[in-house]
Write a protein that binds this ligand. Structure first.
Ligand code: SDX
Length: 438
C-alpha cells in the first residue's frame, strides 16, 4: 500500500496524489503537507486550496522531538522519558537539562549546568527599581511579563541568536532569573523587602527562601514541600505545542531576542483558559464554599453559564497524567500543611463530575491545574501567584521549543493565510453621503 493520499476535485474531476509523512508512531501524527493542497485549483487563475483550521485543532505546526503526548492513553514523555519516571526519580534542573539537550545529564554535566544556572539567579539592581514602579497590588503575572521583557534591554548581545553560545548564556539567565523575578514580584505586592537568593539551598529551595524568608538569618525550606514543588516544576516543564509554546515559536520566528519571546509566551500562559486556570480553580472552590453547594454549581456549569475550571483539555480526553501524580502527591503535602476544606470540596467535585453524563460525554477530566492550585494554596502561595508558578518551570519548555525551531531548516517566519469573507472592492463614500446605520 503506497503511503499517499489520493483526492479527486469534483469541480474538475482532476485527481491528486499527496505523500503521507510520518513521525515516530505510524498511528499518531501522520500528516500531509498543507502546501501540497495549493495544487488543487478550480481554474488556471485559482489561488489553490488552503486548509482551514481555526484554533489549529488539527494542524501540525512543526516536527518536534521534545515532548510526546498521547491524549487518548494519558501519556506524557519528555524526550522519550515518562513523566511518571522523571517526577519520581529526577529533579527539575536535571529535567530542564534533558528538555534542552535531548539527553539526561551525566553527574558532571548536571553539576556544571546547576553551577551555571545558580550563578545567574541575581537580577540587575535597576530591575528592582523597575519592579518598584508597579502598583502595590499589581498582579504578579503582569509584573513578570513586563520584567522579563525589560531584561532584554540589559543584554543587547542576546539579539545575536544565531550564536549557540549566546543562546546558551540566555538559557542560564532566564531559567535562573524567573524564580527571582517571581519572588520579588510577590514581596513587592506584600510590601516586604526582597529576600535575596541563597544558592546553598538549590534551585527550588532557594525559591521558597526568596518567597518566605522573614528575619531569620538563614531560611530552611521544609524538605517535603521543597520536593513537592520540584515535582510540580517537573510536571509543568513542557507540554508540546500548547498555546504558550506556540506563542513562543510564533514570536520567536521573527528572530527577536529570547527575553521578549518568553514574555509573549508568559502572556499567553496568563489567560484563564491556559496557565491562569489554576488560579481560577481556587476562586471556583472558594465560590462554591462547601460540599453541599456543589450540585447547584454543577447545574450552572451544565447550563453553559460557567466552565468547571481545572477540567477538560484539548489533548487529554482521559485523565491528565500530571493530575494523577499530583492527586497522589497532595496527601504528602497535606501531612505537613494540614488538610483544608478546599481539598474536600475539590475531591467531592471531582467525584460528582466524573459520574455525570455531561462531563463524561464531553470527556472532561481533571487537568494539571485542578490539583496544582490546591497544593499551591496549602503551601501558602497566594492565589495570584499560581500562574507565575506555572511560568517558572515552563520557561525551559519554551526555550526548548524555541531552540528546536531555530535549528529546524523547514521553519521560517510564521505567517498563516486566511479565508477572506469581507467586502469586494468598493468606492470611497464622501462624508455627506454616509448614513449612521452601520
Ligand atoms: C492547560 O494545551 C495544553 O497542553 C495546555 C496545558 C499545558 O500544560 O500547557 O495542559 C495547560 O492549559 C490546561 C487547561 C487549563 N484550563 C482549564 O482548566 C480551563 C477550563 N477548561 C476549558 O476551558 C477547556 O476544557 C480547554 C480550554 C482546556 C479545552 O477546550 P477545548 O479543547 O477547546 O474544548 P471545547 O472548548 O471545544 O469544549 C468542548 C465541549 C464544549 O461543550 P459543547 O459546546 O460541545 O456543548 O466541552 C465543554 C465545552 O463547553 N467544556 C467544558 C469545559 N471544557 C470544555 N464545559 C465545562 N467545563 C469545562 N472546563
Amino acid at each position: 500500500m503506497e503511503n499517499s493520499l489520493t483526492v479527486v476535485d469534483n469541480r474538475t474531476g482532476k485527481q491528486y496524489n499527496f505523500p503521507i509523512m510520518y513521525g515516530t508512531y505510524p498511528n499518531y501524527g501522520a500528516a500531509i503537507r498543507s502546501a501540497d493542497l495549493r495544487q488543487i485549483k478550480a481554474s488556471e487563475d485559482d489561488f489553490g486550496l488552503l486548509g482551514y483550521d481555526p484554533a489549529f485543532l488539527n494542524t501540525a505546526s512543526c516536527k518536534s522531538k521534545v515532548t510526546f503526548i498521547d491524549g487518548e492513553r494519558g501519556i506524557l514523555r519528555y524526550r522519550g522519558y515518562s513523566i511518571e519516571d522523571l517526577a519520581t526519580k529526577g529533579n527539575y534542573l536535571e529535567v530542564a537539562y534533558l528538555l534542552l539537550h535531548g539527553e539526561l545529564p551525566t553527574h558532571d554535566q548536571l553539576a556544571d549546568w546547576t553551577k551555571n544556572i545558580m550563578h545567574h539567579v541575581l537580577i540587575h539592581e535597576n530591575m528592582k527599581k523597575f519592579m518598584d514602579g508597579f502598583l502595590y497590588d499589581a498582579h504578579p503575572m503582569g509584573i513578570l511579563v513586563g520584567t522579563v521583557a525589560a531584561l532584554s534591554t540589559l543584554y543587547p548581545e542576546a539579539r545575536n541568536i544565531s550564536d549557540p553560545m549566546v543562546r546558551r548564556m540566555q538559557f542560564y539567565r532566564l531559567i535562573a532569573k524567573m524564580p527571582t523575578i517571581a519572588a520579588f514580584a510577590y514581596r513587592h505586592s506584600i510590601g516586604m523587602p526582597y529576600s535575596y537568593p541563597d544558592c546553598d539551598l538549590g534551585y527550588t529551595g532557594n525559591f521558597f527562601n526568596m518567597m518566605f524568608k522573614r528575619t531569620e538569618l538563614k531560611y530552611q525550606p521544609d524538605p517535603v514541600l521543597e520536593k513537592a514543588l520540584d515535582i510540580l516544576f517537573i510536571l509543568h516543564a513542557d507540554h508540546e505545542q500548547n498555546c504558550s509554546a506556540s506563542a513562543m515559536r510564533n514570536v520567536g520566528s521573527s528572530l527577536p531576542d529570547p527575553y521578549v519571546s518568553i514574555a509573549a509566551a508568559a502572556a499567553a500562559l496568563y489567560g484563564p483558559l491556559h496557565g491562569g486556570a489554576n488560579e481560577q480553580v481556587l476562586r471556583m472552590l472558594r465560590e462554591i464554599g462547601s460540599k453541599d453547594k456543589i450540585p447547584d454549581y454543577i447545574k450552572r456549569v451544565k447550563s453553559g453559564e460557567l466552565k468547571l475550571m481545572g477540567f477538560g483539555h484539548r489533548v487529554y480526553k482521559n485523565y491528565d497524567p500530571r493530575a494523577k501524580i499530583l492527586k497522589e502527591m497532595a496527601d504528602q503535602v497535606f501531612e505537613v500543611t494540614g488538610k483544608n476544606e478546599l481539598l474536600n470540596i475539590a475531591l467531592e467535585l471531582e467525584r460528582i463530575a466524573l459520574e455525570d453524563d455531561y462531563f463524561i460525554k464531553r470527556r472532561l477530566y481533571p487537568n494539571v491545574d485542578f490539583y496544582s492550585g490546591i497544593i499551591y494554596q496549602a503551601m501558602n502561595f497566594p492565589v495570584d501567584m499560581f500562574p507565575v508558578l506555572f511560568a517558572i518551570p515552563r520557561t525551559v519548555g519554551w526555550l526548548a521549543q524555541w531552540e528546536e525551531m531555530l535549528n529546524d531548516p523547514e521553519q521560517k517566519i510564521a505567517r498563516p493565510r486566511q479565508v477572506y469573507t469581507g467586502y469586494d472592492c468598493r468606492s470611497y463614500v464622501p462624508m455627506e453621503e454616509r448614513n449612521s446605520k452601520v
